[in-house]
Ligand binder design. Sequence first.
Ligand code: ZN
Length: 232
Amino acid sequence: MADATPFPEALTEGYRAFLDDRFVREQDRYASLAEGQSPEILIISCCDSRVSPEVIFDARPGELFVVRNVANLVPPFETGGEYHGTSAALEFAVQALKVKHIVVLGHARCGGVRAYADDAAPLSPGDFIGRWVSLIRPAAEALGDEPRGPDYLEQLEFATVTNSLRNLMTFPCVKILVERGKLRLHGAHFGIATGQLRIRDPETGEFRLAEPDRAAAATRLIRCQDEAGSGG
Ligand SMILES: [Zn+2]
């Protein structure tokens, strides 16, 4: 009888490539990491397959503690009897690993943010997405009642990152360490097509290009490739 549940071929191929290349290069690192991890950075990012923090930040194994959920949301601190996956990971990163930085990483074309903005219909009776993305409401309210412009979704993506940073400060363990200067919170936004990373200025709340010169060069390169492609 044929195997009814073959493991995805793309994954076995990728795993072979990992064994042949990265695992060989990082073998010593993996061996020492088996003793324990001590990442200094917690990243809270979206589940979106295009926004892998390890890829964007060219991170090595053991460097980033990553929590991914729909729309990179942090719920406010609460001790109700629900299941709090993100809060559990946050608690472990802050209390046990004692990370020094928390980065909330938003991104362009976020389906979770769009689902909130469009008030999308539930995908199932549980409406898990709808209930989860209702956490975006304070971010949307912060944008005010102005008519939605063409960049509304991007503005809501930025505001959602800011709202997650605000919610982080409702966790007593986070608030205390931030006030003592032992933990720093950061917001960022990844542009996908452009590769542009924007970092939130904590003073003004603006999201500014992290590497403006390089980002401009990358955009020129994309344009050249587009023109070369369209001319052929
Ligand atoms: Zn997303």
